[in-house]
Write a protein that binds this ligand. Structure first.
Ligand SMILES: NC(=O)c1ccc[n+]([C@@H]2O[C@H](COP(=O)([O-])OP(=O)(O)OC[C@H]3O[C@@H](n4cnc5c(N)ncnc54)[C@H](O)[C@@H]3O)[C@@H](O)[C@H]2O)c1
Length: 398
């Protein structure tokens, strides 16, 4: 059983609490922290949490707690993590881990040096659909993954600090690119090293300093490509989609607007529909179990079960650090309009990246098989390449 200090009682604090209260039946939030005492107290009263404070250090040093969950604006993650390390408490931090790769590295080194348990709260790799898709992918259902595309777009975030560069560290790439990058990395395989990026980013709609729209490509050392598409300009709710294709298969995941639950109402259904829904009349796309569908429940199961088992969770500060280094390169590439290298100072790999793996298929000793297709007339067309001469030819089987 863990006793938790929850830092931040905003959108993510609420989702985390809703997940934790129904989680394992063992863990308890003992203290919450928000920017004002009234916000902290109101939240504590709502969820029967015994103590509340507006002081991050007081919450972390609370003698009863053993685990700190950081759900604060991005610029406060490092401060909270370093205080947790100083207090010797396990620390679970929301995404993005930090506002830059160098800040993330400092946080990673700090938890590792102190030997405190750490988890990176990247919920979107824990959605029930993603977990199943990842399992199938890792068992080889897609063959070698070639392209992992992930999209998160909506009309923009719900609090002022997201829109302010000094507090958020960046716009849509920082806020949502972090999800998409880590989703792609999970499908492509964490043993593959991300090498370089190219990225388009712009501020198309909002009067802000940071980007509200971006598309980027992340190239991995095994030849795979991760593609992210993030926007704070999208209208119609929150579009959360992943598409992964490999040499033997494809997976498409739609997490939010098309989940199989569609409701039409001319008069409204009384308020909140789903995160980032734009209204409550007309065609609506509610979500049956938001905290489950977004991965929070499975994520906390992994975080706490792994802690109890004395092993690392699926997502650690190391993963958060890698994501931050990729984001740094994206910002650079968006400015230079070139491919930019990803500067990873602490790359860890067991050397499994499949750089030299060939994906060519033999047809016979003389030929590679390029493609087979059944044509409208019923014939089978077979496209071949001669291994010695390089000649491309076709055979037709009736
Ligand atoms: N899917 C996800 O994993 C997900 C979703 C949303 C947000 N987040 C992340 O969670 C973090 C918080 O985002 P949010 O949407 O909950 O923001 P929010 O604006 O809804 O809430 C922020 C919370 O932090 C508190 N806070 C701010 N400054 C503070 C201070 N100095 N001391 C103590 N408390 C302070 C506020 O009182 C509030 O409770 C961000 O890092 C964001 O990226 C993650």
């Amino acid at each position: 059983m863990h006793k938790i200090a929850l830092l931040g009682t905003g959108l993510i604090g609420r989702f985390y609490t809703m997940s934790l209260l129904n989680f394992r039946g063992k863990d308890e939030i003992k203290v919450v922290c928000a920017v004002t005492p009234i916000e902290a107290k109101t939240f504590a009263d709502e969820f029967n949490i015994p103590r509340w404070t507006d002081d991050i250090a007081v919450a972390i040093r609370d003698p009863e707690i053993d685990t700190v969950i950081v759900g604060l604006p991005n610029h406060l993650h490092k401060k909270a993590v370093l205080l947790a390390v100083e207090a010797g408490k396990a620390v679970l931090c929301t995404k993005p881990l930090a506002t830059s790769g160098s800040e993330a590295l400092e946080m990673l080194e700090s938890v590792e040096k102190a030997g405190v348990y750490h988890g990176y709260l990247e919920d979107l790799v824990y959605t029930p659909k993603t977990l199943k898709a990842l399992e199938a992918t890792h068992k080889g259902a897609l063959g070698k993954v070639l392209w992992a595309r992930s999209r998160e777009s909506h009309g923009g975030p719900h609090s002022d600090w997201f829109w302010t560069k000094e507090l958020s560290g960046g716009g849509a790439i920082m806020d949502m690119g972090c999800h998409c990058i880590e989703i792609a990395r999970n499908f492509i395989g964490k043993a593959s090293r991300p090498i370089e990026v190219t990225c388009w980013a712009d501020t198309q709609v909002h009067p802000i300093e940071v980007e509200d729209h971006a598309v980027g490509l992340v190239r991995y050392d095994n030849g795979a490509i991760g593609q992210f598409e993030v926007s704070w300009t999208f209208r119609g709710g929150m579009d959360l989609r992943d598409e992964v294709s490999g040499t033997e298969g494809t997976v498409w995941l739609n997490h939010w607007l098309r989940t199989g639950f569609e409701l039409f109402t001319n008069v409204g259904q009384g308020g909140y529909v789903a995160e980032k829904a734009e209204g409550d009349t007309g065609w609506l796309f509610p979500v049956g179990d938001e905290v489950g569908a977004l991965g929070y429940v499975a994520m906390f199961m992994d975080m706490f079960n792994s802690m109890d088992a004395g092993k690392a969770p699926k997502e650690t500060f190391y993963d958060g650090y890698i994501v931050n280094t990729i984001i740094d390169a994206c910002y650079k590439a968006a400015e230079t309009k070139r491919w930019e290298p990803i500067e990873i100072q602490k790359w860890r790999s067991d050397g499994l990246a499949s750089k030299s793996e060939t994906v060519f298929k033999d047809y016979d000793n003389e030929h590679y098989l390029i493609k087979e297709e059944r044509m409208p007339n019923g014939n089978l067309k077979i496209i071949l390449k001669n291994k010695h001469t390089g000649e491309i030819s076709q055979k037709i089987k009736e």
